[in-house]
Ligand binder design. Structure first.
Ligand code: DGY
Length: 356
């Protein structure tokens, strides 16, 4: 499970010892209490090792692979100076009030920060760290995998092969849609969108289109990708990959209006946030054949209940939010979140800070 750096069993034994020695030395030297940090989950070892080895903070942790219950979070944040959280924790006015004025830093182990109430954080002068860049490749790779699995009907085909549906070779059976000579539309051209386009180029894509709040000329020129309106993206694309952040402006942006303009043969892929899609509208579009298929790595809620109608559709593949799930990437995210948190505690520039 943890092949990077120390084996998991060893980190459990060695790192706490090292940490305790450092903490007690620092406390003796300064005679001061170390700043308290609350970590809301068991995190990858590289992140915890950085926090512990720093000797700069006293760490309390929800030591579980499952999210900390809200009531526990509200108790544990009281009086802490820094909070290390994941995308599963809503850090809103209630949490910030519970934490009180001691809280100076919130560091999330995610590139997305739609779970953080930025206005509330800004009002209190709390600095916020996040983890862009280190997950770009992993997310782009998974997006391509999901696009291919969806467009070439891989899950359906595997099921047919396993369950006796494979009669004989038939000319039109299990036909999907190919990338060669296609038009790919990217909704939200940032680092991840550009990395997806780079990975799709060798498949022989003819045109890349993108839409965003404003043209991203420099990034687009490298692909190259043409800036178009959302309507044009919908009308012209054979594949749409959603890569935008979830904001009030993008909430539900992929709904009836978008799906009704897409080609019947189009494939829709979302690896950003579930909230950008109106799932009822997507279900209708898939059932009515308004679009050909959808691949989702993110949903609302997460996990999506197993009796959700989208799970009944053969032309919809749903993954459990795994786009950044490689060991290297998750360790890099954990380490960057730890570095951000420590920089914030020291009053230094964070490696990756959300501008508020
Ligand atoms: C993020 O970091 O925001 C992704 O959704 C999870 O890797």
């Amino acid at each position: 499970m943890y092949p990077l750096c120390l084996p998991r069993a060893l980190t459990r034994i060695l790192v706490p010892d090292l940490h305790l020695r450092q903490v007690s030395r620092t406390m003796k030297e300064t005679g001061k209490q170390l700043p308290r940090v609350y970590v809301t989950r068991r995190i990858p070892p590289d992140g915890m090792a950085i926090l512990k080895r720093s000797g700069l903070c006293a760490i309390e942790q929800w030591d579980s692979d499952d999210p900390v219950p809200r009531s526990e979070l509200l108790k544990k944040v009281v009086g802490v100076q820094a909070l290390y959280c994941l995308l599963t924790e809503k850090i809103d006015e209630e949490v910030l009030k519970a934490a009180g004025p001691s809280l100076k830093v919130v560091s999330t182990m995610s590139v997305g920060y739609d779970h953080l109430s930025l206005d509330e954080l800004k009002k209190r002068g709390i600095r916020v760290g996040y983890t862009p860049d280190v997950l770009t490749e992993a997310v782009a790779e998974l997006t391509v995998a999901l696009l291919l699995a969806t467009s070439r009907r891989l899950i359906e085909a595997v099921d047919e092969a396993k369950n006796g549906g494979w009669g004989t070779w038939k000319p039109l059976w299990m036909c999907g849609y190919g990338l060669t000579q296609s038009t790919v539309g990217i909704l939200g051209l940032g680092r991840i969108g550009a990395a997806i386009a780079e990975r799709l180029k060798p498949f022989g894509v003819k045109r890349f289109l993108y839409t965003d709040v404003a043209p991203r000329a420099e990034l687009a020129a490298k692909i190259p990708a043409e800036f178009v309106s959302l309507d044009e993206l919908a009308k012209q694309s054979d594949f749409i990959a959603v890569c935008c952040a979830l904001t009030p402006e993008t909430q539900g942006i992929c709904g009836k209006n978008l799906f009704s303009k897409m080609k019947n043969s189009a494939v829709f892929i979302n690896t950003s946030r579930g909230g950008v899609v109106n799932q009822d509208d997507l279900y209708q579009a898939l059932v009515k054949g308004q679009i050909a298929a959808a691949g989702l790595d993110v949903t609302v809620p997460e996990p999506l209940p197993t009796n959700h109608p989208l799970f009944t559709l053969k032309n919809c593949i749903i993954l459990p939010h795994i786009a950044s799930a490689t060991l290297e990437t998750r360790n890099a995210m954990a380490a960057l979140a730890a570095d951000n948190l420590l920089a914030g505690l020291k009053g230094e520039a964070m490696p990756k800070e959300v501008p508020l």
